[in-house]
Design a protein around this ligand. Structure first.
Ligand code: ATP
Length: 319
């Protein structure tokens, strides 16, 4: 029972053919599969984990292309449904020269939010050792009910629940609603990974320090991770906390770095949950996850850039 199940959205990202331009300036775009939970799924599968995806796609060419992409990357699509009444979501995304990320998401109605609780593949959820999700699926019913039910079923069967809110403010009706919904499942999750920006957003504090991270600590949590871009990441558990530096790389596009970070971490935790209780083991795994995140930034596109174990070990060992 070493299965990771990822629940949520898989979309087609359109990324500019050149770096450092705004969406308006981009001369052209290339297709690149994306969506936080899907990126995590492929990252973990590339590192040898057994991974299944639960979600809904439009019954169109892009939807079938995404399923093929997941399966080619050894992520099982048995939990994926096709919706004939909605189109697969498209997301235009760029990193401008000033470092700001721009997103424009085309999805009306948003296919992945049409997943209903009764459509969930319960057998998959019951056999999961880890269930991983984001916050997009909490945005609207019926998908929100499906998301909450998936958490309940997996938890009852003994799975660890892993959460990366992956905040995309532009798709929420208001920042307050985003914050409330994101925090609504905080105390039901075992592992939470947030970025420094999300820490600021969720706590309303402009400091990235232990004091603000502790505002997000909950006694039901096993592990809280805060990723800090090129500065690595921080970890917090009941008994210990610390920082692990990242690696120096030539970064061109940070899209998916956080997803690949958590994918790498879960690919290890699913085989050995004692990592969560042992600081030296955890530090090794966070180091591995940092290296995975770092490599993901060296190429454009989220999924295209995800590394293998050998590439990660080469970076760690300075090869
Ligand atoms: P996203 O939302 O784009 O998926 P994120 O903001 O959640 O990403 P980051 O903090 O950018 O996540 O990156 C995750 C991890 O990847 C970091 O903790 C770090 O270890 C590694 N990383 C990211 N950017 C760099 C970089 N420029 N150089 C080295 N390591 C990096």
């Amino acid at each position: 029972k070493n299965l990771i199940v990822a629940l949520g959205e898989v979309v087609v990202d359109f990324i500019p053919t050149v770096s450092g331009v705004s969406l308006a300036e981009a001369p052209g775009f290339v297709k690149s599969p994306g969506g936080g939970p899907a990126n995590m799924a492929v990252a973990a599968a590339r590192l040898g984990a057994k991974v299944s995806f639960i979600g809904k796609l439009g019954d169109d060419m892009f939807g079938h292309m995404l399923l093929d992409m997941l399966e080619q990357n050894k992520v099982s699509g048995e939990g994926i449904l096709f919706d004939p009444e909605a189109r697969t979501a498209l997301s235009f995304v760029t990193l401008r020269a000033d470092g700001e990320r721009e997103f424009m998401i085309y999805c009306n109605p948003k296919t992945d939010l049409r997943l209903k609780p009764e459509e969930l593949n319960l057998d998959l959820l019951r056999s999961a050792k880890v269930l991983h999700y984001g916050s997009v699926s909490l945005m609207k019913e019926p998908c929100r009910w499906a998301h909450l039910k998936a958490m309940e079923v997996a938890k009852e069967s003994g799975a660890l629940l892993s959460y990366d809110p992956n905040l995309r403010l532009s798709i929420w009706p208001s920042p307050e609603e985003a914050r409330t919904r994101i925090l609504s499942i905080w105390d039901k999750t075992d592992i939470i990974k947030i970025s420094d920006d999300e820490l600021e957003f969720l706590t309303g504090s402009d400091k990235i320090d232990d004091e603000s991270a502790m505002k997000l600590w909950h006694p039901n949590l096993t592990l809280l991770l805060v990723t800090l871009g090129s500065k690595g990441s921080r970890y917090y558990t009941k008994n210990f906390r610390g920082t692990v530096d990242s690696y120096h790389v030539k970064s061109v596009d940070a899209t998916g770095a956080g997803d690949s970070f958590i994918g790498a971490l879960l690919s290890k935790v699913v085989h050995d949950p004692t990592i969560l209780e042992n600081e030296s083991k955890l530090r090794e795994v966070v180091k591995f996850a940092n290296a995975c995140g770092a490599i993901t930034t060296t190429k454009r596109g989220a999924i295209l850039a995800l590394p293998t174990e050998a590439e990660i070990l080469a970076l760690i060992n300075g090869a």
